[in-house]
Design a protein around this ligand. Structure first.
Ligand code: GDG
Length: 458
């Protein structure tokens, strides 16, 4: 029998196409999902099905010679992108799943498009799947696809992984089509989450679904379509890749002689960037000894600029940074530097390596890979990780200084603690963080998910 193939299905491909003066260019897609899956598929090969970011014209090609795996595009027109992606996925699901229900907006046409486009992804996967191939569907854009694929390919082995939190029942039930979404996910043989709390929330919702029984001890859901296993798979990073990048990258100018505090995020209201700037302001008020000695560098990658909430967030951040600079800067020093764009991986790794403090303070985050990448890049004098207790990563990264990102004073105090921490204490904490991330990297994550899927579909 032939070896089973891995077919990955996600909204985005690992690159986004842009039409430039020299024709079609590939740019790496931003975000954590691609960071997780690209090293896995590069190693094991297979097929990646996703949306390339633009509408291709006749004669324009998606694939290139030398790709480590096959790429299959799912075409979306502009209106479909608006309704399925910006609309239902990012305007309705994203805020509810991150427990910001008041930010969510629902439109009937968005749901119709979501259902239709999910079916398109499911058909693309069904065309590829043969024998005992494995289809691994990812994230909140494709909650309906497992069930739709199950109808088209009843024998396929289907896994689903959710990269963002799953909210508590009382918040989840705000969603129109809540039951259809759950039934969509239950089309998979295995559903995976980053941490235990998300899985428990999911089971609380599934338990209330008519025709469904939940065996919590065994992580099994019985339903009208069959059986779904549910389990926790905390995502790791490609540790060796980041460690190597950081070891080889040229020295940055750090903070021009100041100690460097670093923030790296997609520009998103879940990431807590305004609260972080307020915490820096509070630090400079409470501890004037740090003035002219530190600099906070915030890197924000543009994201979802078509969604109004994201544009408003940018204005808020611009204003807050302006205020802190106006208040504390001197003729030779600014407390905050801010880049609204993405940097190449080598430069990012150098900044991670040279940062004295990483300030990773999302208000809610499925996992958060930035915290893990920072740790992997600490190949010299170790810095300190300040991590929000509301990120999935906080479940395992116990040696970070953990904070409540809504508590501005507490975050300011954590910053002070990090800046005055002894070298021995920094070393002790960082060694433990690094050992764990090295042992549980992205390859272990993928192996564990896929072998679990094989076991529950034998
Ligand atoms: C979702 C979940 C979960 C950022 N700036 C640059 C850059 N990045 C890369 C980072 C990192 C990725 O973007 C961000 O990943 P996160 O995990 O922090 O966050 P999301 O994008 O929200 O990801 C999250 C993740 O999925 C995986 O399951 O952890 O909770 O929300 O890899 O390095 N990369 C480059 N230049 C930049 O300027 N090259």
């Amino acid at each position: 029998m032939r070896e089973p193939r891995l077919i990955v299905v996600s909204n985005r491909l690992p690159f986004t196409l842009k039409r430039g003066p020299k024709g079609i260019e590939r740019r790496p897609s931003a975000g954590g999902l691609v960071a997780a899956l690209e090293p896995v598929l590069s190693r094991v090969g297979g097929v990646w099905i996703g949306w390339p970011g633009i509408e291709l014209r006749t004669g324009e090609r998606l694939r290139r010679k030398g790709d480590a795996y096959r790429i299959k595009g799912v075409a979306l027109n502009r209106k479909e992108v608006r309704r399925y992606y910006h609309g239902f996925s990012n305007n309705a699901l994203w805020p509810v799943f991150h427990s910001f229900p008041t930010r969510s907006m629902f439109e009937r046409h968005d749901w119709d498009a979501y259902e239709r486009i999910n079916a398109r992804f499911a058909r693309a996967a069904a065309q590829e799947v043969k024998g005992n191939d494995i289809v691994w569907i990812h994230d909140y854009h494709l909650l309906r696809a497992p069930r739709q694929l199950r109808k088209l390919a009843p024998k396929a082995r289907i896994g689903f992984f959710l990269h963002i939190p799953f909210p508590p029942f009382d918040i989840y039930r705000i969603l129109p089509h809540d039951q259809e979404l759950l039934r969509g996910m239950l089309g998979a043989d295995l559903v995976g989450f980053h941490v235990r709390g998300y899985m428990d929330n999911f089971l609380d919702c599934v338990q209330r679904l008519p025709g469904t029984t939940v065996d919590r001890d065994r992580g099994i859901v019985r339903h009208e379509q069959g059986i779904t296993t549910v389990a926790v798979f905390p995502l790791g990073i490609d540790f060796a890749y980041y460690e190597k990048l950081a070891s080889e990258a040229p020295q940055t100018r750090r903070g021009n002689g100041n100690r460097l505090i670093l923030g790296v995020d997609r520009m998103d209201y879940t990431k807590g960037i305004p609260q972080r700037i307020l915490a820096l302001e509070r630090l400079l008020e409470l501890h004037p000894e740090h003035r002219e000695k530190i600099v906070f560098l915030q890197l924000a990658v543009p994201s979802r600029e078509e969604v109004p909430a994201y544009r408003e967030l940018k204005v808020t951040i611009d204003q807050l940074i302006g205020r802190v600079i106006g208040r504390f800067a001197t003729a030779d020093w600014v407390p905050v530097r801010y880049l609204y764009r993405s940097l190449p991986p080598e430069r990012l790794a150098a900044l991670y390596r040279d940062a004295d403090v990483a300030l990773v303070t999302p208000l809610r985050d499925g996992m958060n890979l930035v915290a893990k990448e920072y740790v992997a890049c600490q190949v010299r004098d170790p810095g300190v990780l300040i991590l929000s207790r509301l990120a999935g990563a906080a479940e395992t990264m116990a040696e970070a200084i953990q904070v409540n990102p809504y508590d501005i004073d507490a975050t300011a105090r954590a910053l002070h603690t990090a800046l005055v921490m002894s070298p021995a204490e920094r070393r002790r904490r960082m060694d433990a963080l690094r050992a764990r991330e090295r042992a549980f990297d992205v390859h272990v994550w993928a192996r564990e998910f896929l072998s679990h899927l094989r076991r529950c579909t034998q």
